[in-house]
Design a protein around this ligand. Structure first.
Ligand SMILES: [Zn+2]
Length: 314
């Protein structure tokens, strides 16, 4: 892949600017493939369905192009921990020749998104960040903004709250009005295992449900299949959970997650979850397991969440 821009599309009527990123982690190709197909679908749809309208404009980007081309999560550092306002401000003051790897990737993304923001007539920015994980299971990650939670709910995948308190410098932390200059709503979707071919379908379904939820496409133009793919998968899963615990892994090569754990597994305090630096790691609380770490890069060993009542958010 040579070009960071996967596709661009402009509707015939006004609407928000939508930025969809995939491959922020280079070993997550499903979202990139999904966006490639999505832009083809957007080109074809008005031909086969003359009633189809798209409101506003949309651009799809590969996040970490260099890592993507090498098939690794990152080159020097996790790009999705680098989006703190301070670091971005620092990057903006640097010449590209002084930067390397992930910093250069972010700078390039900021340039592209900055150009879109400078030329758009849109009054609102949406970010959807597509990911996959080293374990099975789909979910959305919301900010604590009401619209982000509503969209996540309407994507029809379990909604994870509170994840952003345990970590910093993700795209969801950065994409806010104070940094973009436009009212901004951001959300991330995790489409399943990195290598599962169905993760591509799930990323397409989530993106289309996202576009319906923010009103850039009409509900009657959306195939029910997209809803079914995600509804079937999340049927037995909690609707909304909140993360309250994260296990930090500084030395990934000394981390060994016990096999067989999946996202949303119910775990009990005292359950053996992993071996770290030759010592057993037991669950410190009862709860719902999220993102058990089965890959050789990354510092989040696992998260523990608790279920929330949907009625609190409707
Ligand atoms: Zn990722």
């Amino acid at each position: 892949m040579e070009n960071r821009i996967i596709g661009k599309y402009k509707g015939t009527t006004d609407g928000p600017l939508v930025v969809i990123t995939a491959g922020m982690h280079g070993n997550e190709p499903a979202g990139v493939k999904a966006l490639g197909l999505l832009f083809k679908m957007l080109e074809v749809e008005p031909v086969t369905n003359p009633e189809f309208t798209y409101k506003g404009e949309i651009i799809g980007l590969v996040g970490n192009l260099k890592a993507y081309n090498k098939g690794v999560r990152y080159i020097s550092k996790d790009i999705n921990r680098c989006w703190s306002s301070e670091h971005i401000h620092f990057l903006k003051t640097q010449n590209n020749s002084e930067l390397q790897d992930e910093d250069l990737e972010i700078k390039d993304m900021l340039d592209i998104i900055g150009t879109e923001l400078a030329t758009t007539k849109s009054k609102k920015l949406y970010l959807l960040d597509l990911h996959t994980t080293s374990s099975e299971g789909i979910f959305c990650i919301s900010t604590n903004e009401a619209e982000s939670i509503r969209i996540a709910y309407e994507i029809h995948a379990p909604v994870i709250l509170g994840l952003l308190y345990g970590i910093s410098g993700t795209t969801l932390h950065y994409f806010q009005e104070e940094n973009t200059g436009l009212p901004t709503t951001a959300i991330a979707f995790e489409g399943g295992h990195h290598d599962d071919p169905l993760s591509v379908n799930r990323c397409i379904a989530a993106t289309i449900n996202f576009m319906r939820s923010i009103g850039v496409i009409e509900a009657h133009d959306v195939s029910y299949k997209h809803d079914e793919i995600l509804k079937n998968l999340s049927e037995t899963l909690p609707k909304i959970v909140e993360v309250f615990y994260r296990y930090q892994v500084d030395e990934n090569d000394k981390w060994e997650m016990k096999p067989g754990y999946r996202n949303f597994d119910k775990i009990q305090k005292g359950t053996l979850l992993a071996i770290y630096k030759d010592e057993p790691v037991y669950a410190p609380f009862d709860g719902i397991l999220l993102m058990p770490l089965y890959q050789k890069q990354g510092n989040d060993g696992f998260f523990i969440a608790k279920e929330h009542h949907v009625s609190d958010y409707k």
